[in-house]
Design a protein around this ligand. Structure first.
Ligand code: 13P
Length: 281
């Protein structure tokens, strides 16, 4: 069932667990994620970056693919199809018109006033169509979609101002996590995370889930994080498995065998992630 994230994330916020946001890159990844989450009977958010959308052909192609997989694989869990870091109102509108059930408008590179203006316009368009909206305050740095940027942490005041002026459904406050692998130990501001959670009625999102030690993931969930984004982690376990397979099977040329050699690594990692997050249906 393709849904927005509202119900699954409000349940997670109340139940003190997190729903995984797993980025997709192609048909195979989408299939592995859906099959594994369905087997575990947990909701999932399929994250699609602008780069991944372009790679897969566009938002319409992705919606068609996901809807087809839900039907053909008899997927019964709630699945949210979400734009990850939509950089403009136009991108979000394109995805919504193509059938995405959720968008992140990331106007965090702008000053707060402009961030609010753009986010509010997206919320108006999305809410009229039953689509949920995530926004970002401060700026989450690191490398994503091959773009590297530096981080600025969010403040409670800015989070409240953005929420009150836009009506967003979830918020990703930048609090020390970064996209891609960490250089050294991640330094998350749990104190501010907790205070933001106590002051906002909407679920909070943690980006840059790859490489955060388990204890810190658990602490983030206890401080109010309800959605955790993972991308690099699955890319890393998949590519390691495929590289090993190719080294050991130099004569294989069937792309289904090559791409598929990463299936069990992805599925094993998803089970570990879901267990760590305590995800429930
Ligand atoms: P990682 O690639 O660090 O897991 O971050 C993913 C993310 O936050 C997607 O928005």
């Amino acid at each position: 069932m393709l849904v927005n994230f509202n119900e699954m994330l409000m349940k997670a916020k109340q139940g003190k667990y997190a729903v995984p946001h797993l980025n997709i890159n192609d048909l195979e990844w989408t299939k592995y994620i859906l099959e594994k989450c369905n087997e575990l009977d947990v909701p999932v958010i399929l994250g699609v970056s602008e780069g991944a959308a372009k790679y897969m052909g566009g938002f319409n192609a992705i919606t068609g693919m996901v809807k087809g997989l839900l039907k053909d694989l008899n997927i019964t869990i709630p699945v949210c199809l979400h734009v990850d870091h939509g950089s403009s109102k136009e991108t979000c509108i394109k995805a919504i018109d193509a059938g995405f059930t959720s968008v992140m408008i990331d106007a965090s590179r702008h000053e707060l006033e402009e961030n609010i203006k753009i986010t509010k316009e997206v919320v108006e368009y999305a809410h009229e169509r039953g689509v949920s909206v995530e926004a970002e305050v401060g700026h989450i740095g690191g490398t994503e979609d091959n773009i590297t940027s530096s981080a600025t942490n969010a403040t409670l005041e800015d989070c409240i101002t953005l929420y009150e002026n836009t009506g967003i459904d979830s918020l990703a406050p930048a609090l020390g996590s970064v996209h891609g692998f960490y250089k050294g130990e991640p330094n998350l501001d749990f104190e501010t995370m907790k205070i933001i959670n106590e002051n906002l009625p909407i679920p909070l999102v943690l980006h840059g889930g790859t490489g955060i030690p388990e204890e810190k993931i658990k602490k983030a969930i206890s401080c109010g994080i309800s959605k955790i984004n993972i991308n690099t982690d699955l890319q890393s376990v998949w590519s390691k498995a495929v590289r090993k397979f190719l080294e050991e099977n130099k004569e294989v040329y069937d792309p289904r065998k090559i791409i598929g050699s990463g299936e069990s690594a992805i599925k094993t990692r998803i089970e570990e992630i879901v267990t760590l997050f305590g995800t429930k249906r």
